[in-house]
Design a protein around this ligand. Sequence first.
Ligand SMILES: C[S@@+](CC[C@H](N)C(=O)[O-])C[C@H]1O[C@@H](n2cnc3c(N)ncnc32)[C@H](O)[C@@H]1O
Length: 308
Amino acid sequence: MKAAMSGQKISLIHRLSSSLNILRAYQTGTFGNAESEINFHKQLCEIIKTYVMVEVKEAKILDLGCGQTATQTVLFKADRADVIGIDMEVPTYKMNLKTFILVIRTNGVERAIKSLLRHLLFDKRFFSKLSLQYRKTLPFNQLDTRLMNATNLSFPDNYFDFVYSSWVFEHIDNVPAASKEVNRVLKPSGIAWIGVHLFPSLSGGHHLDWIWPYKYPSNKGPAWDHLLDNKYPVNTYLNRLCLDQYREIFHEYIDVFDEKFTYEGEKFLTPEIEKILQHKGYTREDLLIQTVIFLCRKKDKHIYERKR
Ligand SMILES: C[S@@+](CC[C@H](N)C(=O)[O-])C[C@H]1O[C@@H](n2cnc3c(N)ncnc32)[C@H](O)[C@@H]1O
Protein backbone atom coordinates (compact mmCIF):
# COMPACT_ATOMS: atom_id res chain seq x y z
CA MET A 1 0.00 0.00 0.00
CA LYS A 2 1.66 3.23 -1.14
CA ALA A 3 1.11 6.42 0.82
CA ALA A 4 -0.20 9.18 -1.41
CA MET A 5 2.31 11.70 -2.67
CA SER A 6 1.57 14.75 -4.75
CA GLY A 7 2.41 13.08 -8.04
CA GLN A 8 4.23 16.30 -8.96
CA LYS A 9 8.00 16.08 -9.56
CA ILE A 10 9.72 17.83 -6.64
CA SER A 11 13.29 19.01 -7.16
CA LEU A 12 16.11 17.89 -4.87
CA ILE A 13 16.54 21.49 -3.65
CA HIS A 14 12.89 21.68 -2.59
CA ARG A 15 13.10 18.29 -0.91
CA LEU A 16 16.24 19.31 1.01
CA SER A 17 14.71 22.64 1.98
CA SER A 18 11.62 20.83 3.23
CA SER A 19 13.78 18.48 5.33
CA LEU A 20 15.58 21.48 6.84
CA ASN A 21 12.24 23.05 7.70
CA ILE A 22 11.15 19.84 9.41
CA LEU A 23 14.41 19.83 11.37
CA ARG A 24 13.81 23.43 12.45
CA ALA A 25 10.24 22.59 13.46
CA TYR A 26 11.46 19.81 15.76
CA GLN A 27 14.25 21.95 17.19
CA THR A 28 11.87 24.80 18.02
CA GLY A 29 9.34 22.43 19.59
CA THR A 30 6.68 23.18 16.99
CA PHE A 31 6.66 19.51 16.03
CA GLY A 32 6.90 16.86 18.71
CA ASN A 33 5.68 19.12 21.51
CA ALA A 34 4.74 16.85 24.42
CA GLU A 35 2.90 19.51 26.39
CA SER A 36 0.58 20.54 23.57
CA GLU A 37 -0.13 16.91 22.64
CA ILE A 38 -1.15 16.21 26.24
CA ASN A 39 -3.33 19.32 26.51
CA PHE A 40 -5.00 18.40 23.26
CA HIS A 41 -5.46 14.82 24.45
CA LYS A 42 -7.21 16.03 27.59
CA GLN A 43 -9.63 18.03 25.43
CA LEU A 44 -10.40 14.90 23.40
CA CYS A 45 -11.08 12.96 26.62
CA GLU A 46 -13.51 15.70 27.71
CA ILE A 47 -15.31 15.47 24.36
CA ILE A 48 -15.72 11.71 24.81
CA LYS A 49 -17.11 12.15 28.31
CA THR A 50 -19.44 14.99 27.31
CA TYR A 51 -20.85 13.68 24.06
CA VAL A 52 -20.49 9.91 24.19
CA MET A 53 -21.04 9.80 27.93
CA VAL A 54 -18.64 6.95 28.59
CA GLU A 55 -15.41 6.91 30.53
CA VAL A 56 -12.37 6.95 28.25
CA LYS A 57 -11.19 3.62 29.68
CA GLU A 58 -14.49 2.09 28.53
CA ALA A 59 -14.47 3.65 25.06
CA LYS A 60 -13.75 1.89 21.81
CA ILE A 61 -11.71 4.39 19.78
CA LEU A 62 -10.47 4.60 16.20
CA ASP A 63 -7.55 6.95 15.47
CA LEU A 64 -8.03 7.31 11.71
CA GLY A 65 -4.71 8.30 10.11
CA CYS A 66 -2.79 7.97 13.38
CA GLY A 67 0.52 9.00 11.78
CA GLN A 68 3.91 7.36 12.15
CA THR A 69 4.28 8.20 15.84
CA ALA A 70 0.64 7.31 16.70
CA THR A 71 0.81 9.86 19.51
CA GLN A 72 -2.88 10.12 20.39
CA THR A 73 -3.31 6.34 19.95
CA VAL A 74 -0.66 5.65 22.59
CA LEU A 75 -2.07 8.27 24.97
CA PHE A 76 -5.54 6.68 24.71
CA LYS A 77 -3.96 3.28 25.30
CA ALA A 78 -2.19 4.68 28.38
CA ASP A 79 -5.71 5.68 29.58
CA ARG A 80 -6.66 2.00 29.13
CA ALA A 81 -9.05 2.73 26.25
CA ASP A 82 -9.66 0.06 23.64
CA VAL A 83 -7.99 1.97 20.79
CA ILE A 84 -6.93 1.06 17.25
CA GLY A 85 -4.84 3.33 15.02
CA ILE A 86 -4.93 2.97 11.25
CA ASP A 87 -2.78 4.63 8.63
CA MET A 88 -1.54 4.15 5.07
CA GLU A 89 2.00 4.67 6.30
CA VAL A 90 3.86 2.22 8.49
CA PRO A 91 3.93 3.40 12.11
CA THR A 92 7.53 3.86 13.22
CA TYR A 93 7.20 4.26 17.00
CA LYS A 94 8.95 0.87 17.29
CA MET A 95 11.77 1.43 14.82
CA ASN A 96 13.71 -1.79 14.26
CA LEU A 97 15.05 -3.65 11.23
CA LYS A 98 11.65 -5.21 10.46
CA THR A 99 9.90 -1.83 10.58
CA PHE A 100 12.65 -0.20 8.52
CA ILE A 101 12.30 -2.82 5.75
CA LEU A 102 8.51 -2.51 5.85
CA VAL A 103 8.76 1.28 5.43
CA ILE A 104 11.08 0.81 2.43
CA ARG A 105 8.59 -1.61 0.86
CA THR A 106 5.56 0.54 1.60
CA ASN A 107 6.79 4.11 1.27
CA GLY A 108 10.19 3.90 -0.43
CA VAL A 109 13.85 4.30 0.60
CA GLU A 110 13.85 8.10 1.02
CA ARG A 111 10.91 7.94 3.40
CA ALA A 112 12.51 5.08 5.35
CA ILE A 113 15.76 7.01 5.86
CA LYS A 114 13.86 10.13 6.95
CA SER A 115 11.76 8.10 9.38
CA LEU A 116 14.85 6.45 10.85
CA LEU A 117 16.62 9.79 11.32
CA ARG A 118 13.51 11.37 12.82
CA HIS A 119 13.13 8.44 15.19
CA LEU A 120 16.75 8.61 16.36
CA LEU A 121 17.02 12.40 16.55
CA PHE A 122 13.60 13.38 17.86
CA ASP A 123 10.93 10.72 18.43
CA LYS A 124 12.74 8.85 21.19
CA ARG A 125 13.25 12.06 23.17
CA PHE A 126 9.67 13.13 22.44
CA PHE A 127 8.26 9.81 23.73
CA SER A 128 10.21 10.00 26.97
CA LYS A 129 9.03 13.59 27.55
CA LEU A 130 5.47 12.55 26.74
CA SER A 131 5.63 9.70 29.22
CA LEU A 132 7.22 11.88 31.91
CA GLN A 133 4.73 14.73 31.54
CA TYR A 134 1.70 12.43 31.25
CA ARG A 135 3.00 10.53 34.28
CA LYS A 136 2.15 7.23 32.63
CA THR A 137 4.15 4.53 30.91
CA LEU A 138 3.45 4.61 27.20
CA PRO A 139 2.35 1.08 26.26
CA PHE A 140 3.87 0.95 22.76
CA ASN A 141 4.23 -2.82 23.07
CA GLN A 142 0.48 -3.27 23.40
CA LEU A 143 -0.47 -0.83 20.66
CA ASP A 144 -2.84 -2.00 17.92
CA THR A 145 -1.92 -0.06 14.77
CA ARG A 146 -2.78 -1.34 11.33
CA LEU A 147 -1.97 -0.48 7.73
CA MET A 148 -5.35 0.43 6.30
CA ASN A 149 -6.97 2.90 3.95
CA ALA A 150 -9.62 5.16 5.50
CA THR A 151 -11.76 4.59 2.42
CA ASN A 152 -12.04 0.86 3.07
CA LEU A 153 -12.10 -0.01 6.76
CA SER A 154 -12.05 -3.64 7.80
CA PHE A 155 -14.20 -3.10 10.93
CA PRO A 156 -17.80 -4.17 11.46
CA ASP A 157 -20.71 -1.69 11.43
CA ASN A 158 -21.43 0.17 14.71
CA TYR A 159 -18.04 -0.65 16.22
CA PHE A 160 -16.53 2.56 17.67
CA ASP A 161 -17.68 5.04 20.32
CA PHE A 162 -15.24 7.67 19.10
CA VAL A 163 -13.65 8.11 15.69
CA TYR A 164 -10.87 10.67 15.80
CA SER A 165 -9.12 11.96 12.70
CA SER A 166 -6.72 14.85 12.87
CA TRP A 167 -5.25 16.51 9.78
CA VAL A 168 -5.92 13.48 7.58
CA PHE A 169 -9.00 14.17 5.43
CA GLU A 170 -7.21 16.78 3.30
CA HIS A 171 -4.87 13.95 2.19
CA ILE A 172 -7.63 11.49 1.27
CA ASP A 173 -8.38 11.12 -2.43
CA ASN A 174 -11.90 9.77 -1.97
CA VAL A 175 -13.52 11.79 0.83
CA PRO A 176 -17.06 10.49 0.14
CA ALA A 177 -15.86 6.88 0.61
CA ALA A 178 -13.99 7.75 3.83
CA SER A 179 -16.98 9.68 5.26
CA LYS A 180 -19.28 6.77 4.46
CA GLU A 181 -16.87 4.41 6.23
CA VAL A 182 -16.63 6.63 9.32
CA ASN A 183 -20.42 6.74 9.48
CA ARG A 184 -20.66 2.97 9.07
CA VAL A 185 -18.21 2.03 11.83
CA LEU A 186 -19.55 4.61 14.30
CA LYS A 187 -21.95 3.34 16.97
CA PRO A 188 -25.38 5.06 17.00
CA SER A 189 -24.35 6.61 20.34
CA GLY A 190 -20.87 7.54 19.08
CA ILE A 191 -19.14 10.73 17.93
CA ALA A 192 -16.67 11.45 15.16
CA TRP A 193 -14.14 14.29 15.54
CA ILE A 194 -12.77 15.20 12.11
CA GLY A 195 -10.19 18.00 11.98
CA VAL A 196 -9.34 19.26 8.50
CA HIS A 197 -6.54 21.61 7.48
CA LEU A 198 -8.24 23.53 4.67
CA PHE A 199 -6.38 23.73 1.36
CA PRO A 200 -7.20 27.37 0.44
CA SER A 201 -5.85 28.67 3.77
CA LEU A 202 -2.44 30.37 3.97
CA SER A 203 -0.77 27.22 5.33
CA GLY A 204 -3.14 24.83 3.50
CA GLY A 205 -0.60 24.08 0.76
CA HIS A 206 1.41 22.30 3.50
CA HIS A 207 4.56 24.19 2.57
CA LEU A 208 6.49 24.33 5.83
CA ASP A 209 7.59 27.88 5.06
CA TRP A 210 3.99 28.94 5.55
CA ILE A 211 2.99 26.59 8.35
CA TRP A 212 3.75 29.12 11.11
CA PRO A 213 3.23 32.48 9.37
CA TYR A 214 3.21 34.53 12.58
CA LYS A 215 5.99 32.80 14.49
CA TYR A 216 8.29 32.28 11.48
CA PRO A 217 7.13 34.51 8.58
CA SER A 218 8.30 33.09 5.26
CA ASN A 219 10.79 34.93 3.10
CA LYS A 220 9.97 32.70 0.14
CA GLY A 221 7.39 33.50 -2.52
CA PRO A 222 4.15 35.40 -2.06
CA ALA A 223 1.62 34.34 0.55
CA TRP A 224 -0.87 31.77 -0.89
CA ASP A 225 1.83 30.69 -3.39
CA HIS A 226 0.10 27.28 -3.59
CA LEU A 227 -3.01 28.94 -5.09
CA LEU A 228 -1.00 31.35 -7.28
CA ASP A 229 2.03 30.10 -9.22
CA ASN A 230 2.86 27.20 -6.87
CA LYS A 231 6.60 27.86 -7.18
CA TYR A 232 7.31 25.81 -4.07
CA PRO A 233 5.38 22.55 -4.53
CA VAL A 234 5.26 20.00 -1.74
CA ASN A 235 5.64 16.24 -1.90
CA THR A 236 2.32 15.42 -0.25
CA TYR A 237 -0.95 14.51 -1.87
CA LEU A 238 -3.68 17.09 -1.12
CA ASN A 239 -7.24 16.78 -2.44
CA ARG A 240 -7.60 20.61 -2.65
CA LEU A 241 -11.17 20.60 -1.28
CA CYS A 242 -12.71 23.80 0.16
CA LEU A 243 -14.92 24.07 3.24
CA ASP A 244 -18.18 24.03 1.25
CA GLN A 245 -17.13 20.92 -0.62
CA TYR A 246 -16.49 19.07 2.66
CA ARG A 247 -19.86 20.31 3.91
CA GLU A 248 -21.58 19.00 0.80
CA ILE A 249 -19.94 15.57 1.06
CA PHE A 250 -20.49 15.22 4.80
CA HIS A 251 -24.11 16.31 4.43
CA GLU A 252 -24.61 13.23 2.28
CA TYR A 253 -22.85 10.66 4.47
CA ILE A 254 -22.69 11.73 8.11
CA ASP A 255 -24.58 13.98 10.51
CA VAL A 256 -22.42 17.04 11.34
CA PHE A 257 -23.83 18.74 14.45
CA ASP A 258 -21.09 21.29 15.11
CA GLU A 259 -18.23 23.04 13.32
CA LYS A 260 -15.35 24.86 15.00
CA PHE A 261 -12.91 27.09 13.13
CA THR A 262 -9.46 28.54 13.56
CA TYR A 263 -8.38 31.47 11.43
CA GLU A 264 -5.05 32.67 10.12
CA GLY A 265 -3.35 35.02 7.68
CA GLU A 266 -5.49 38.18 7.59
CA LYS A 267 -2.44 40.44 7.75
CA PHE A 268 -0.91 38.69 4.71
CA LEU A 269 -4.04 38.95 2.55
CA THR A 270 -3.29 42.05 0.47
CA PRO A 271 -6.08 43.48 -1.73
CA GLU A 272 -4.07 42.34 -4.80
CA ILE A 273 -3.82 38.72 -3.66
CA GLU A 274 -7.47 38.67 -2.57
CA LYS A 275 -8.57 40.01 -5.97
CA ILE A 276 -6.59 37.42 -7.95
CA LEU A 277 -7.81 34.59 -5.77
CA GLN A 278 -11.41 35.76 -5.85
CA HIS A 279 -11.18 35.53 -9.64
CA LYS A 280 -10.06 31.94 -9.17
CA GLY A 281 -13.21 31.30 -7.15
CA TYR A 282 -11.91 31.52 -3.55
CA THR A 283 -13.95 33.56 -1.06
CA ARG A 284 -12.37 35.59 1.76
CA GLU A 285 -13.69 32.96 4.19
CA ASP A 286 -11.96 30.19 2.16
CA LEU A 287 -8.66 32.04 2.41
CA LEU A 288 -8.80 32.88 6.11
CA ILE A 289 -10.17 29.75 7.79
CA GLN A 290 -7.20 27.53 8.55
CA THR A 291 -8.88 24.52 10.14
CA VAL A 292 -12.34 23.21 10.70
CA ILE A 293 -13.32 20.58 13.20
CA PHE A 294 -16.45 18.69 12.28
CA LEU A 295 -18.22 17.03 15.19
CA CYS A 296 -20.43 14.31 13.79
CA ARG A 297 -22.97 11.72 14.80
CA LYS A 298 -24.07 8.70 12.88
CA LYS A 299 -26.46 9.45 10.06
CA ASP A 300 -29.56 7.29 9.57
CA LYS A 301 -29.07 5.69 12.97
CA HIS A 302 -32.26 3.68 12.62
CA ILE A 303 -30.90 1.75 9.60
CA TYR A 304 -27.92 0.55 11.63
CA GLU A 305 -29.92 -0.03 14.80
CA ARG A 306 -32.27 -2.36 12.91
CA LYS A 307 -29.30 -4.33 11.54
CA ARG A 308 -27.87 -5.11 14.99
C1 LIG B 1 -0.51 15.03 8.70
S1 LIG B 1 -0.51 13.36 9.14
C2 LIG B 1 -1.49 13.41 10.63
C3 LIG B 1 -1.11 12.32 11.59
C4 LIG B 1 -1.81 12.38 12.94
N1 LIG B 1 -3.23 12.20 12.81
C5 LIG B 1 -1.50 13.66 13.66
O1 LIG B 1 -2.42 14.46 13.89
O2 LIG B 1 -0.34 13.86 14.02
C6 LIG B 1 -1.63 12.65 7.97
C7 LIG B 1 -1.67 11.14 8.03
O3 LIG B 1 -2.78 10.68 7.26
C8 LIG B 1 -2.41 9.46 6.64
N2 LIG B 1 -3.32 9.20 5.52
C9 LIG B 1 -3.45 9.91 4.39
N3 LIG B 1 -4.40 9.37 3.60
C10 LIG B 1 -4.88 8.27 4.26
C11 LIG B 1 -5.86 7.29 3.97
N4 LIG B 1 -6.55 7.31 2.82
N5 LIG B 1 -6.09 6.32 4.87
C12 LIG B 1 -5.38 6.29 6.04
N6 LIG B 1 -4.44 7.20 6.37
C13 LIG B 1 -4.18 8.17 5.49
C14 LIG B 1 -0.97 9.72 6.23
O4 LIG B 1 -0.28 8.53 5.96
C15 LIG B 1 -0.42 10.47 7.44
O5 LIG B 1 0.13 9.61 8.38
